[in-house]
Design a binder for this molecule. Structure first.
Ligand code: ADP
Ligand code: MG
Length: 393
């Protein structure tokens, strides 16, 4: 067993954080709080901790949602030999990684602990043992610093990644943080990740309503499983995207439209991929590796099928619901074919964060924590993990 989880910070193509680096004048452990609400009087910087699955991540945003730090230690190398995430391995790796990731996030932001004014943590949904690591670290930090602790929904984090100001602006058109009593058009949010495929209606005041979800596999899970059948590594999404770029056109694979509903289904597509992979001699994996041209063509057909369904159903729902903007988020939103197709098909603006904010990260948890704290939310020391937590009913 190796501990060589790969480390990602700001990718080369992304701008360094633009946040102001104020001198370290903060008084350690001191924070003005309004006694009734427990809200901070002077919130400057919010730290977000994310350990729900296989990324150990810490991000920092300032009180206006400007990105100051985003450090992600991905465990994908560790899990790739198993073809998916092994929960016990993930929890153990979070424990090993979190101290270093916290340190690097502070250094990236140019801040000392005395400049962190609140700690947000994803406390669900996700793997129980993995979430427990983040939640307990967050509790310890909030207690030691005497700052508010805010448990946030990981999926709300994905949505609010579109509100992070990366230095070149926010993905959403109007960066105003949704607040109680706000009015205006709704947003239709498509969250697509390894564990989720959900269409969510977001009201101008920030309330969420679930309008559709997958009935079986999540979109990212479908990418990961299809990749395995084609002899590609975990996580499958980036591998399939790469292969699809050089893949030749071939007969289309099925699409589950589930007409009359806003739900999704990808298990039939998975079965069709396995069937075609067998016909093409890709699966079971032949000695000497799968023929690349056949794998690439299958990757292209698979990606086209997933993108077609996601795009058409999202645009149809957004038009029917009269939304003013679409938000595309979650790991699969890093897929360039999906991003381009949705922008092209939609008549209304599409907010999609840069790919490095689509996959799991701590900055999105910090941003969601900022929204919650602005609303007066604050968690108690009994904050627990909720592996099956839902975003909306
Ligand atoms: P989680 O599912 O734990 O919330 P993420 O939000 O980071 O984690 O999403 C991870 C999923 O995103 C994986 O299933 C991965 O295959 C998928 N993914 C990542 N990049 C791409 C891409 N470029 N195209 C398609 N899927 C992708
Ligand atoms: Mg996620």
């Amino acid at each position: 067993m190796t501990n060589s989880a790969s480390q990602k910070t700001f990718p080369a193509e992304s701008p360094p954080p633009q946040g102001k680096k104020t001198p370290q004048s903060g008084r350690p452990g001191e924070l003005e709080k309004s006694p009734q609400s427990g809200r901070p009087g002077k919130l400057r910087n919010m730290m977000g901790i994310e350990t729900s699955c296989d990324e150990t991540a810490v991000g920092i945003v300032d009180q206006r949602g400007r990105l100051l730090a985003n450090v992600v230690a991905s465990q994908s190398d560790l899990h790739s030999r198993f073809g998916g995430v092994v929960p016990e391995v993930a929890s153990r790796q979070h424990l090993l990684e979190i101290p270093g990731v916290l340190d690097r996030a502070l250094r990236q932001a140019g801040l000392g602990w005395n400049r962190i004014d609140a700690i947000a943590v994803a406390n669900g949904p996700g793997l129980a043992g993995a979430l427990i690591v983040g939640v307990n670290v967050a509790k310890g930090l909030a207690a030691a610093l005497d700052v508010p602790l805010i448990g946030v929904n990981h999926l709300a984090g994905h949505v609010y990644s579109a509100w992070i100001d990366t230095g070149s602006g926010t993905a959403v058109q109007d960066p105003e943080i949704p607040a109680p009593k706000a009015d205006g058009p709704t947003r239709t949010c498509l969250i697509v990740s390894g564990g989720h495929t959900e269409l969510i209606l977001m009201h101008p005041d920030g309330r969420f309503r679930m309008i559709g979800q997958t009935r079986d596999d999540a979109a990212g899970e479908a990418f990961d499983k299809a990749a395995r059948v084609m002899g590609m590594r975990y996580p499958g999404g980036p591998e399939i995207q790469r292969a699809a770029q050089t893949g030749a056109p071939s007969a289309p694979l099925p699409r589950a439209w589930l007409r009359g509903t806003d739900d999704f289904s990808f298990s039939g597509l998975k079965t069709a991929v396995i069937r075609r992979a067998r016909q093409e001699g890709l699966y079971p994996p032949p000695g000497g590796g799968p023929p690349k041209d056949k794998a690439d063509a299958l990757a292209r057909a698979f990606q086209e099928s997933v993108v077609d369904v996601l795009v058409n159903k999202t645009v149809e729902a957004s038009e029917r619901l009269g939304s003013g903007e679409i938000v595309l988020a979650g790991g699969v939103a890093a897929n360039s074919a999906l991003r381009e197709a949705l922008v092209q098909a939609s008549k209304i603006p599409v907010a999609v964060p840069p790919p490095w904010l689509c996959t799991d990260n701590g900055a999105m948890i910090a941003m969601a924590g900022l929204v919650e704290l602005n609303r007066g939310a604050r968690s108690g020391w009994n904050l627990d993990v909720h592996p099956g937590m839902r975003l909306a009913s």
